[in-house]
Design a protein around this ligand. Structure first.
Ligand SMILES: [Zn+2]
Length: 355
C-alpha cells in the first residue's frame, strides 16, 4: 500500500511540475513542506529525494541564481558518469584550469614592498544578517540574496577592483581523504574555503562569468586544517547545521552578525596565478589568490561539513574536491613581504581513490 501511495504521489507531483513548469517554483516551499511533513511520518521519506532530483532540472527562482551561479548537473565521484573525469567542454580542453598542485620550486618570488591585496573598510565591518544555502555542490554563505555586496578587494599592482560575491567550501567525505582542492608540493589540507569576487565593473557575477574578459573574477583561496575551534566561522557553521545540511531549496536568511574578514588569515604570503572555476563549466580568466598559511577549525566543526547531503549526487554525502589540473606554462607568483621563498616540502602524491 505504501509503495502504491509513493508511486501515485510521485506521478502527481511530476504531473504538476510538467503542467505548471516555472510557475510552480513560486509555490515550491509549500510543496516541500507538504512532502516533508508526510516524510516525517515515515511513509514517504524516499519521495523527498525523487522530488528533489526532478526539481533540480527546472529553472530556478531568479533570486536563487546568485547562490547557484555555476548551475550544472555534475558530481565528483570518478566511478559515476557525472564524475569529474567526464566533465567536458572547457573543463576538458582548457589550458588554464584550476585547481593545481603548486610546486614551490617553480614559483616566482615577487618583490613587493607592500601587500597588493587591499580590502576596503566595509570588508572588515561585521555585517548584520547573512544568507546560507546548499546548492547541491557546496554550501554557500553570502551577504545579499543576489550576491552583490559593498565589500571590495583592490589588487593594487594590477589596478583591478573586485566585489565580494560569496564564500563556499570544499571538503572530502572521509577523514583520511584531503579536502582541499589546491596542493602545495602535493600536500593537501582538510578543507579549502573560496572567497569569490567578480570585477566590480560588472553588474553581477553571472555577467562577469559570461563576459570572457581577462580577470573577470578573483578567488581568494584559503586552506583549513582540523585543530583549534574557529569562533569566526561559528555563525556560518551553525546556520549550515540548522538549514543547509539537507535543504536545497534556496537561501535562508540568518539574523546574526557575520564578519567575512575575520575568517581570513593574518598573513601577506600568498600565491597568485591565472586559473578557472573548479566546477563546470570551468570558466577560465579567473585570478587565483591562494593564501599560504592555513586557518583551523575544530573536529566538531569539520563534522558539520561531512554531514551535508548532496541530493543530486550518487555518492549522497557531499564531497567536492576536484583533482589537480596541469599547470602547463603558467607562472605561479609568490608574494612575501619578507622576500623569502616558500618552504619546500618533499612531494606527496594523492591516491586516485581520494577523488
Ligand atoms: Zn570553489
Amino acid at each position: 500500500m505504501a509503495s502504491i501511495n509513493r508511486i501515485s504521489l510521485y506521478f502527481f507531483i511530476l504531473g504538476t511540475v510538467i503542467s505548471q513548469g516555472y510557475g510552480l517554483l513560486e509555490s515550491l516551499p509549500l510543496v516541500s513542506t507538504v512532502v516533508g511533513g508526510i516524510g516525517k511520518k515515515g511513509v514517504l521519506g524516499t519521495v523527498m529525494h525523487t522530488l528533489d532530483d526532478t526539481l533540480a532540472f527546472l529553472p530556478r527562482e531568479p533570486e536563487d541564481a546568485a547562490a547557484r551561479p555555476y548551475e550544472a548537473s555534475f558530481c565528483y565521484d570518478r566511478r559515476q558518469p557525472c564524475g569529474q573525469h567526464k566533465w567536458d567542454g572547457v573543463c576538458k580542453t582548457g589550458k588554464r584550469q584550476s585547481p593545481i598542485n603548486i610546486r614551490t620550486k617553480q614559483t616566482l618570488l615577487v618583490n613587493a614592498s607592500k601587500n597588493p591585496l587591499e580590502f576596503n573598510s566595509k570588508y572588515s565591518r561585521a555585517q548584520s544578517g547573512f544568507y546560507v544555502a546548499n546548492n547541491g555542490h557546496s554550501v554557500v554563505v553570502q551577504l545579499r540574496p543576489k550576491g552583490r555586496s559593498e565589500l571590495e578587494l583592490h589588487v593594487s599592482d594590477l589596478n583591478l577592483t573586485f566585489r565580494f560575491s560569496h564564500i563556499h567550501f570544499h571538503w572530502n567525505s572521509l577523514d583520511h581523504h584531503k579536502g582541499s582542492e589546491h596542493r602545495i608540493d602535493g600536500h593537501g589540507h582538510d578543507m579549502e574555503i573560496h572567497f569569490v569576487h567578480y570585477r566590480s565593473s560588472f553588474p553581477s557575477i553571472e555577467e562577469a562569468l559570461k563576459s570572457g574578459e581577462p580577470n573577470l573574477a578573483a578567488v581568494v583561496g584559503m586552506f583549513v586544517d582540523v585543530g583549534a575551534h574557529n569562533h569566526a566561522l561559528d555563525p556560518a557553521i551553525k546556520a549550515i547545521e540548522k538549514f543547509a545540511l539537507n535543504d536545497t531549496h534556496g537561501h535562508r536568511r540568518i539574523n546574526e552578525t557575520f564578519s567575512v574578514s575575520s575568517i581570513l588569515p593574518k598573513t601577506d604570503r600568498f600565491f597568485r596565478y591565472q586559473g578557472s572555476l573548479t566546477v563546470p563549466k570551468c570558466i577560465e580568466n579567473l585570478l587565483w589568490l591562494l593564501m599560504e598559511d592555513p586557518i583551523q577549525i575544530s573536529k566538531e566543526q569539520m563534522k558539520t561539513f561531512r554531514r551535508v547531503i548532496c541530493h543530486n549526487c550518487p555518492e549522497h554525502k557531499m564531497k567536492n574536491v576536484r583533482r589537480a589540473m596541469p599547470r602547463n606554462e603558467r607562472t605561479i607568483e609568490y608574494f612575501n613581504a619578507h622576500g623569502t621563498l616558500p618552504t619546500h616540502r618533499k612531494e606527496e602524491v594523492t591516491p586516485e581513490e581520494d577523488y
